[in-house]
Structures are given as structure tokens and as C-alpha cells.
Design a protein around this ligand. Structure first.
Ligand code: GFB
Length: 431
């Protein structure tokens, strides 16, 4: 048993190093590393995010942690364990089967992620680990006393709130663990107050613990090391959607929107590393795409969400200005609201919405359908989003990667009372 575990560990380590040594954008080269470093057993970094956070902020937290794990690999082999998607607040469809323990491979291309950093699914980690325990969990929190001056610091502190429970029988901690709460426990759990960037955790992980598997809970507490720099964009570029979802989006574009990559100048290279587009390289399909965030936004961001009538007016004005007669609508609005919007737009424009088959909804769940909407928006000639929605932000990044003219990307709908109607910040891609 022990021998089998060591052989499997060595195999994983070799895979990890292979992925790493193929990494041309990587500054560090493990081929030149000492023998000692090459044959050290891999360590595993797991993380989770505040349960209330949505899908697209979670994608952003992945980026922060992926940069940390890449940096940890300068010292020895670490693998990032991807947190399964379970019970997200917005994923409420009841007729699609359970929306729990969803692996990342349903939504993302893991080979592409691995071109930035070694990753594995949580179920793979459990197989390799051979036991259903995580060695150490650190629950990140802010400082109880608040702060009056920004400084990078972290300290072990008593927990302000603690969602983990001590199990006196097993002498372990139990908690949510991405919906694996019946199966997985932790050997140790402590709270850390932290103010700073993700990189602040590196010395702690290297010097203050030698645990094989370490989990950082509430990982959104730490910030991006450098927001918007070339490394930020490398990890963002590596986050390609799974091919099956892209294919569905592409088929919809071709059938209804007269949009193909060859015509639209949006052909992607096999590896994101070989794709360095300039602004204006991409043309996009002959349609205007809108991300119209409604649902809870109508309530919590009332000042940013226009009435359906005013949204329709803005869309018609933009479509006319850019001579586009097809409008694609991505929205989380209920069907009756969508129909109202379509009515307000009128017959002068063809209005489309992606309507998945029953089977697609079962196979890809709410998350997959949302990604298909994002993919179709990313390929439009002109995109207009919703203020402060991370869903819209991720479409904007995708369009930066494809090489659109920023004027055709950084646009948003405005509330009728918002006379200034300030447009989104332009976060441009860096190579
Ligand atoms: O992605 P997300 O974090 O963006 O959350 P925000 C919105 C979720 O709603 C998505 C669904 O993950 C989708 O499941 N959704 C939104 C959509 N727009 C669309 C769409 O056009 N098409 C489809 N198919 N689905 C934040 C939340 O949302 O809003 C926070 O993360 C909080 O938890 C805040 O609720 C108010 O950044 O827009």
C-alpha cells in the first residue's frame, strides 16, 4: 500500500515537473534545479472562498492563488487542488440534477490551466492522498480591531467566526469542504488575520508548516499580487473554457448570428502562450451583445440597473450607430422580462437568446449555460455590459485576449437617472 502510494506520488511529481519544464513563459527552470528539489514529494495547496460569492469572483480568486502556487514552485513542487463547484447562490435550477461537487473540467480546459501552474481536481487529490483528511486548514480573516493604515501583515489569531467544528470522536475538524462534508475532515485548523497580497502567504507556507496538504479558506481575503500586470494576464489567458462549451457557443454563433472565427478574425491558437493579439485585430460577428444582469442586481444595485424600456432604447441606439441589426441578449432575467425587453426593442432588430436543450442543461448545469452566454458575448462586434458585474468584467477580459478594439468592449448600460453614465475602466491586456 505504502509502496503504491510512493510510486503514484513520484508519477505525479514527474508529471508536475514535465508541465513545468515545458513552460516557456516561466522565469524559473526546474531542469536546472538541484537533485534534491527535483525529487521532493509534491505538496498540495487547497483553497475555498466565502460561500456567498458568485462564479466570476471565484474565478478571480483562482488567479490570486494560482500566482501564489506558481511562486511556491520556485522552492519545490506544489500542486493547486481545484475546489469543486458546489451549491452556488445563483445556481438554482431544480430540473438539472444536483449542482454539487462539479469538477473544474466541466467548465475549464485543465490542460490550458496547467500551462500556467500544476493543478488537479479535488477527487484526484483524494485518490492520491489515500486518506480523507486535509493536514492543515487556515481560515483567513481580517483583523478584529479593523485598520487605520494599510500594511502587509499576518498573524495567527483567535477565530472571529469559525465554520469548522471539532469532532471529539475522530479528534479531527469537520466542515463544508466543497460539499464533501460527510467524507473529509482536517487534522488541524487555525485562524490567521491577514492584510495583504496573496504573496504574503508564501514564507508562511514554506517555513511555518511542512504539512503535505494545506488549505486556505476564505482565500478572497488576500489580494492580487499585482493586478493587471503581465503575470495576471498569463493566468487569465490560461483560464480557457472547456472545449465542449466553446463548441456549443460557436455552433450558436454560426447558426443564428452569422459569426465564425475565420470571418470574425477571432481564431484562437492552440496554446494561449502563442496568442498575442493587438487591439483591433479582432472584428467580431455582425451583432451587438448585451449582458443584462438583473435578478438580485435589480434590488442590490438599483441605481445601476436601467428599466427594461430604457435598456431597450440604449441597445437600439447603439445598434443603429454601429449598423448592426442583430442583438444577442445574455441575461439572468426571467423569461417574462426578456420578452418585455424584446417587445420594447421592436421588429426593426432580430433579437436572440441562447436557449439550451434540456440535455445541455442537465449536462452543463447553470454554470455551463452562463459560460456559453459569456462566450457568445465575447465574440460580438460590439459588447455592452452591466456596471459592477464580475460576469461582464470576465467578458471584457475575454475580448481583450481576442484582440478587440477597446471602444467595442468597455461599454455599459446606464440607469435613466444616471446622466453622466461613466463607462467602465479599461483594463488592457499586458504581455
Ligand atoms: O457570476 P457572478 O458572480 O456575477 O454571479 P456578478 C451571477 C450569476 O448569475 C452567474 C447568473 O454566475 C450566473 O449563474 N447569471 C448572471 C447569468 N448573468 C447571466 C447571464 O447573462 N446568463 C446566464 N446564463 N446566467 C455578483 C455576485 O454577481 O452580484 C455576488 O457574485 C452578489 O454574489 C452580487 O450577488 C450582487 O458579479 O454579476
Amino acid at each position: 500500500m505504502a509502496l503504491a502510494f510512493r510510486v503514484l506520488s513520484l508519477f505525479l511529481l514527474v508529471c508536475t515537473l514535465r508541465v513545468f519544464s515545458e513552460h516557456s513563459e516561466h522565469e524559473h527552470d526546474l531542469n536546472g534545479a538541484s537533485e534534491d528539489l527535483k525529487y521532493r514529494e509534491p505538496r498540495y495547496l487547497l483553497y475555498d472562498v466565502n460561500p456567498g460569492e458568485g462564479f466570476n469572483l471565484r474565478r478571480d480568486v483562482y488567479m490570486r492563488i494560482a500566482v501564489l502556487v506558481r511562486s511556491l514552485n520556485e522552492d519545490g513542487p506544489w500542486t493547486l487542488v481545484l475546489p469543486p463547484w458546489s451549491r452556488l447562490y445563483h445556481w438554482r435550477s431544480r430540473d438539472v440534477g444536483p449542482q454539487e461537487r462539479i469538477p473544474w473540467s466541466l467548465f475549464f480546459d485543465l490542460d490550458s490551466l496547467r500551462e500556467f501552474v500544476p493543478v488537479m481536481e479535488f477527487h484526484e487529490f483524494l485518490e492520491v492522498n489515500k486518506k480523507n483528511t486535509i493536514d492543515e486548514v487556515y481560515y483567513l480573516q481580517h483583523y478584529k480591531e479593523g485598520w487605520d493604515k494599510w500594511e502587509e501583515k499576518m498573524d495567527k489569531r483567535p477565530c472571529i467566526t469559525n465554520p469548522y467544528d471539532w469532532n471529539p470522536e475522530s479528534q479531527h475538524w469537520y466542515g463544508w469542504f466543497f460539499g464533501y462534508n460527510d467524507e473529509v475532515e482536517a487534522l488541524k485548523m487555525e485562524c490567521i488575520s491577514v492584510m495583504g497580497h496573496a504573496g504574503i502567504l508564501k514564507p508562511f507556507l514554506l517555513k511555518n508548516t511542512s504539512a503535505r496538504s494545506v488549505m486556505l479558506d476564505r482565500a478572497e481575503t488576500v489580494l492580487h499580487d499585482r493586478y493587471g500586470d503581465a503575470v495576471f494576464w498569463q493566468v487569465r489567458r490560461s483560464m480557457r473554457f472547456s472545449k465542449q462549451l466553446r463548441d456549443i457557443g460557436d455552433a450558436f454563433r454560426a447558426e443564428f448570428l452569422d459569426s465564425t472565427d475565420a470571418k470574425d478574425k477571432t481564431v484562437v491558437e492552440k496554446s494561449w502562450k502563442n496568442m498575442k493579439r493587438k487591439h483591433g485585430d479582432a472584428l467580431g460577428g455582425p451583432y451587438l451583445a448585451v449582458h443584462l444582469r438583473r435578478a438580485d442586481f435589480v434590488r442590490v444595485r438599483e441605481k445601476d440597473v436601467p428599466s427594461l424600456k430604457f435598456a431597450a432604447k440604449q441597445l437600439k441606439d447603439l445598434a443603429e450607430k454601429h449598423s448592426l441589426n442583430k442583438i444577442f441578449v445574455a441575461t439572468d432575467a426571467p423569461m417574462d422580462e426578456y420578452k418585455l425587453l424584446k417587445g420594447y426593442i421592436g421588429d426593426s432588430y432580430e433579437v436572440f437568446k441562447f436557449e439550451p436543450t434540456k440535455q445541455m442543461r442537465k449536462d452543463f448545469k447553470d454554470g455551463g449555460v452562463a459560460i456559453i452566454d459569456q462566450w457568445i458575448c465575447a465574440h460580438a462586434r460590439l459588447f455592452v455590459g452591466t456596471r459592477e458585474s464580475t460576469f461582464s468584467f470576465r467578458i471584457q477580459d475575454e475580448r481583450e485576449i481576442l484582440g478587440f478594439n477597446p471602444d467595442m468592449t468597455f461599454n455599459r448600460l446606464c440607469h435613466e437617472k444616471d446622466k453622466k453614465c461613466e463607462q467602465p475602466t479599461r483594463w488592457h491586456i499586458e504581455y
